[in-house]
Design a protein around this ligand. Sequence first.
Ligand code: ADP
Ligand code: MG
Length: 294
Amino acid sequence: ATMPPLLAAIANAGRHGVLVKSAVVMEHLADGDQVAFDKTGTLTEGSPRVAVVHPVSDVDLTSADLLRLAAAAEYSSEHPIAAAIVTAAREQDLDFPPAQRFVSYPGRGVHAVVNDHAVEVGTPTLLDDDPDGAAGRLAARVQRDGHTAAVVLVDGVAAGVIGLSDRIRPAAAPTVAALSALTGRTPVLLTGDNPDAAGAVATQTGITDVYAGLLPDGKADYVQRLQTTDRRVILIGDGVNDAPAMATAHIGIAMGRSGSDLALQTADAVIVRDDLTTLPCLLALARRARRVVI
Ligand code: ADP
Ligand code: MG
């Protein structure tokens, strides 16, 4: 017997490295007309590296102390920034103590108790009490360089800033161009990261609409708003922070390798080996399958 066209398309997508979870998903993919990308781990490789470590000058900590505390607090986080901080500490042979009472705030950062001190690591919004203080100025400088700033607070006091850089996937720009041609609309970028880092990635990938500084629910609200203007959004992301937006989107797609468990569960389809070039193939397949069905 010949396979029904939607199932044949799913099998074909599988051969290209995309796991499509159902025939309904394949059908809905064909009407998707606005692609929205997450930044970190999706358009970028998501394996950032620590580029700079700046303790605040009037706090009595060395760069090594700052990195050690941050690594201890980040140890249990699955965020790529956390992995980068832990890797940098190990590369410098820093011993970091175990942390207690680890809590993660998706899209924001982490909190943990290290050697009886409360340590927070996360976005510069942690400095909102004093955005123009020494740490705020360091964070702004790091961001102007196109890096992501992770600020470190110890017992509620801003102690320093860690700057991280992440490589854009080589396939990102050609994929954005191919998807623009297929859907007739340029993909948009939704990110929790700062506007400077987001703008740098957008410019290099051919994206013009950028929404930065979004918390997980903010990403979902933005997708919702796009969809009220008669668009059907295909959201591609990798993080816990992308799950609400994936659930809101017409179709949610997760990066298989860099993706968190929650993203993989929530998504309607998974790009198994993180190869972005499979996206235009997938859309073309879905559209072809629909023509055969009709
Ligand atoms: P993106 O949307 O670019 O994938 P996320 O929503 O995962 O980014 O995170 C948004 C921002 O929150 C990050 O750029 C980072 O500044 C901060 N952040 C999130 N998790 C962590 C963490 N574990 N450690 C430090 N910063 C974090
Ligand atoms: Mg991400």
